[in-house]
Design a protein around this ligand. Structure first.
Ligand SMILES: Cc1cc2nc3c(=O)[nH]c(=O)nc-3n(C[C@H](O)[C@H](O)[C@H](O)COP(=O)(O)OP(=O)(O)OC[C@H]3O[C@@H](n4cnc5c(N)ncnc54)[C@H](O)[C@@H]3O)c2cc1C
Length: 360
């Protein structure tokens, strides 16, 4: 067991995504910080669809944890279990904590190192370049943004998107869904709604939908979203703190309800708000402030409370256009494109981690 030694309190952060990377960076010079993540790097999650059409984009968006955490301990492994005092990893390490931060929003499958991830994007781009027709399964933000990246960079490809739901991107309003659909169809993407595809039954590049429609495609991309990263908690004492969606129930201070030294931040929480990275960053900043107070021995009364964020989201539609939902307002086109679609908030996200926005 890796025991607690020295005077500094130990904060163990599990999950090195948007929220976990930021809180580890913020606390590394204040106390003893461990970051446990499944992979060696943090990747700005919403940039991976651009990296599929432009692999070099990933050089700035896939960031080794060691680049922004010179003063923290980095443990590259899945966390598999916890007790009220320790975290256990898949490699069998047992890491004791004074304070725990759970930030395992979604499970990231695939590449373990930055090099592997960059090679993966090169292979994905080759797959797109060599195909005349492409099938995208899933009409959530991933499927919509990928279809948009492909039709903007490769307008001659025939793209078909099949979605099980009755509208695209159910996490935003109906008006926004409709505008996304109109934008895709204006770019000649064929969108088939309320149907699914059995990918295993394809023969000679012909796929059949649940409604009996036949789709010819040289390759496909499965964009049905990634799993919530809470299965490792189910059999632990925190199993009872998960809601029916597998999210951790937190109090206003962002602590798991009923526990004074366990925080949860980001998409893994049950906070009633749209699940977005900029809100995960707000959780990380607030939880870091609360942790600093607790570490200093301040009264709990001084701790900050979190208020659920606004219903705001921006979806990129290729390199120049986008779709923004800001409260009740929905805008599509160049203006939301200026907000997100050019740099995809990469410079801003890198700066939040104390890194230069560019590589040189
Ligand atoms: C297509 C798309 C576009 C988006 N666009 C935007 C946008 O424009 N703006 C915006 O603000 N948000 C956007 N989002 C949402 C944003 O990506 C999420 O809200 C954000 O990633 C949540 O951050 P997180 O830290 O909670 O979780 P994640 O970023 O999912 O990070 C979780 C981390 O935990 C690790 N992990 C999981 N399980 C374990 C385990 N057992 N042990 C160790 N590590 C583990 C994972 O490897 C990962 O590193 C978009 C999402 C999608 C899908």
């Amino acid at each position: 067991m890796e025991k607690l030694i020295g005077e500094k309190k130990r904060v163990v952060v599990v999950g090195g995504g948007v929220a976990g990377s930021l809180i580890a960076k913020t606390l590394q010079n204040h106390t003893d910080v461990f970051l446990i993540d499944s992979k060696e790097y943090f990747e700005i999650p919403w940039t991976n669809l651009r990296s599929m059409v432009e692999p070099s984009f990933a050089e700035r968006t896939v960031i080794n944890h060691s680049d922004y955490l010179p003063n923290a301990h980095i443990v590259t492994s899945d966390a598999t279990s916890i007790t009220e005092t320790e975290v256990v990893t898949a490699q069998g390490r047992v890491i004791a904590y004074d304070y725990l931060v759970i930030a395992t929003g979604h499970v990231s499958a695939g590449a373990f190192s930055k090099t592997e991830k960059l090679s993966y994007y090169k292979a994905e781009q080759e797959k797109i370049k060599s195909a005349d027709s492409i099938l995208i399964v899933g009409g959530g933000p991933t499927g919509v943004e990928l279809a948009a990246e492909i039709v903007v960079d490769f307008p001659d490809k025939k793209v078909t998107l099949v979605h099980r739901g009755s509208r695209l991107m159910e996490f935003i309003g109906e008006k926004a869904s409709k505008k996304a659909l109109d934008w895709l169809t204006s770019k000649k993407v064929e969108v088939i709604m309320e149907q699914s595809v059995d990918l295993t039954s394809a023969s000679n590049g012909v796929y059949e939908t649940s409604g009996g429609e036949k789709i010819t495609a040289d390759c496909y991309f499965l964009c049905t979203g990634s799993r919530t990263g809470s299965s490792w908690l189910k059999e632990t004492f925190l199993g009872e703190s998960l809601d029916i969606h597998g999210r951790l129930m937190v109090d206003a201070k962002l602590r798991v309800k009923g526990y004074s030294n366990i925080f949860a931040i980001g998409d893994i929480t049950d906070i009633p708000e749209i699940k977005q990275g900029y809100l995960a960053q707000a959780h990380a900043s607030l939880a870091a402030k609360n942790l600093k107070l607790l570490i200093k021995g301040e009264s709990e009364k001084k701790m900050y409370s979190y208020k659920a964020g606004p219903a705001m989201a921006v979806v990129s539609l290729g390199r120049k256009e986008g779709l923004a939902q800001i409260m009740c307002l929905t805008i599509v086109g160049r203006i939301p494109g200026i907000l997100k679609s050019g740099d995809l908030f990469v410079g801003k996200t890198r700066k939040a981690l104390g890194l230069k926005s560019t590589l040189s």
